[in-house]
Design a protein around this ligand. Structure first.
Ligand code: BGC
Length: 493
């Protein structure tokens, strides 16, 4: 268990990035590519050309995302972006008090958290959390197995609670904010049906089912007296958790295994919202991973998509998120090996193994500053069983850079589409108001080149003047706090 914050959770190393109003002269690109470029290789040259995202092209991508946002807000299923109504109309104010829980399910780990909220002055009095890994078997098993496992871990977490630190008011049931990070058609703040699985999950019989009911049944079966008061996406949780500390947060973005963005929208700008009140704001979960138009798809992207668990779906996610970047690189390297002797005449068996190369390996290779690209050599040796000469090492790094640059720049275009939508309705940046994008996810956190490409694209498209009012704030792991806060806001008591 870990004890956590009483102040904003911003990773010190990254903190908050505000765009300067002065143009920057150039990118900081990894030294491995900056130094001697790999000798010409037609496959690499073509791949680089196919992945290229010059500013005018990126502008078209941002505009196409904006069009799909508008269409998705107009009618259900109107555009690639689902633009899900989250029923979160009120964001945390700081006044929340009491003991609340959060359960975060969205990747290969899930996290449980308890939070004792002390109101405006004291904020987070105590919090504890525990992270538990989910086996591959559970990710593709049955809903009873998955939720049974989660409920049992949640029950033992609650059983370990120290009474002195956490206090449940008498007569109250424990209340939980459930962060479920998959596309859900939300039917109220505390219910919603799963539209489809993403990120390698494929639990049988769950699509179209109410995910809260699945969790409730499992909690009951484990004798856990707890109710779900808020069902939220991780993007919504990030936005809510970050907003608790900073009123200027308008967008929550996840760039990790998967990707998504949620933002504060004016109700009058949502034609499909059939409620009588059209004043005020609400949070929209864009599910932007589903965007699919005018993307620079290569043969490698197409092949990877075909063999994925969700072919034809979440194509933008498959170009910009952490689960896929390593796999795209592996496929390009395999092709270079088979057709142009990348590693001599030998095609290493491991290079044919899906997912053998992970995004974190790309990052390590791009960070290699040694003259002989020693780290690149070791990673290729350790993970692909390959002895690569200097030229091959350089080529590998160029492939990594091409994929990461494309991903980062496309992610930047998505953020711009959202910021411009906010700007159109509120004119906040134009009037000099600071606008914060709360960001979470290991890809953003751990991959400096990706971050840089994303930020550069954002300035290129938004222009220096507007960009100077934007802050990208790395708010690590606040989605659990956000979910607990939303459980408090929507408490039945
Ligand atoms: C899911 C989103 C989620 C994102 C980040 C995507 O695959 O569709 O709901 O927010 O991953 O976890």
């Amino acid at each position: 268990m870990s004890l956590m914050f009483s102040s904003p959770v911003v990773t010190p190393a990254l903190g908050s990035f505000t765009f300067s109003s002065r143009p920057r002269s150039n990118y900081i690109v990894m030294s491995a590519v900056r130094s001697n470029s790999a000798s010409t290789c037609p496959i690499l040259t073509k791949f680089q050309k196919d992945c290229d995202t010059p500013t005018p092209y990126l502008r078209n991508v941002a505009n196409a995302i904006a069009d799909d946002m508008r269409d998705g807000l107009a009618v259900e299923g109107g555009g690639d972006l689902e633009m899900i109504l989250t029923f979160v109309d009120a964001l945390p104010s700081g006044n929340e008090e009491g003991l609340f829980y959060a359960l975060d399910l969205g990747g290969t780990n899930f996290r449980v958290r308890s939070v004792q909220l002390g109101g405006k002055k004291e904020r987070v009095l105590a919090t504890e959390s525990e992270q538990i890994s989910i086996s591959q078997k559970l990710m593709i098993g049955t809903s009873e197995e998955l939720f049974g496992f989660i409920a049992s871990k949640l029950a033992s977490f609650v059983a370990k609670e120290k009474p002195g630190r956490f206090l449940l008011e008498e007569g109250r049931k424990r209340e939980l904010g459930f962060t479920f990070s998959f596309p859900v058609k939300q039917t109220s703040i505390d219910s919603g049906t799963l539209s489809k699985w993403t990120k390698g999950f494929k639990v049988s019989g769950m699509e179209g089912k109410n995910v809260v009911a699945c969790l409730n049944e499992a909690m009951e079966a484990h004798g856990l007296d707890m109710r779900v008061s808020a069902l939220v996406n991780d993007g919504v949780g990030t936005l809510a958790g970050a907003r608790y500390w900073d009123e200027d947060v308008m967008v929550g973005v996840i760039l990790g295994t998967g990707t998504n963005a949620c933002y504060v929208e004016q109700k009058h700008a949502i034609p499909k919202l059939r409620s009588k009140s059209s004043s005020g704001t609400t949070i929209i979960n864009t599910e932007w991973g589903g965007f699919s138009k005018i993307l620079p798809q290569t043969i490698f992207d197409l092949e990877m998509d075909e063999t994925s668990l969700n072919p034809g779906e979440h194509l933008y996610e498959k170009m910009i998120s952490g689960m896929y970047l390593g796999e795209i690189v592996r496929r390009v390297l395999l092709h270079m090996c088979e057709t142009s002797d990348l590693f001599g005449h030998f095609v290493p068996a491991k290079l044919s193994t899906p997912l053998a190369l992970r995004t974190e390996h790309l990052c390590k290779m791009q960070e290699d500053n040694t003259d002989d690209l020693r780290d690149v050599g070791s990673i290729l040796y350790d993970f692909l069983d390959v002895e690569a000469n200097m030229n091959a090492r350089r080529r590998v790094v160029e492939v990594c850079d091409t994929v990461v640059k494309r991903g980062g720049r496309l992610a930047g275009a998505g953020i711009v589409a959202i910021l411009e939508k906010i700007e159109k309705d509120t004119k906040r940046m134009g009037s000099g108001k600071r606008t914060v994008v709360a960001m979470d996810g290991a890809l953003y956190e751990k991959y400096p080149q990706y971050r840089q490409y994303m930020q550069d694209a954002l300035v290129e498209l938004l222009g220096h003047k507007l960009a100077s009012h934007v802050a990208i704030k790395h708010t690590k792991d606040v989605s659990g706090l956000g979910a607990a806060l939303l459980a408090a806001t929507n408490s039945i008591y």
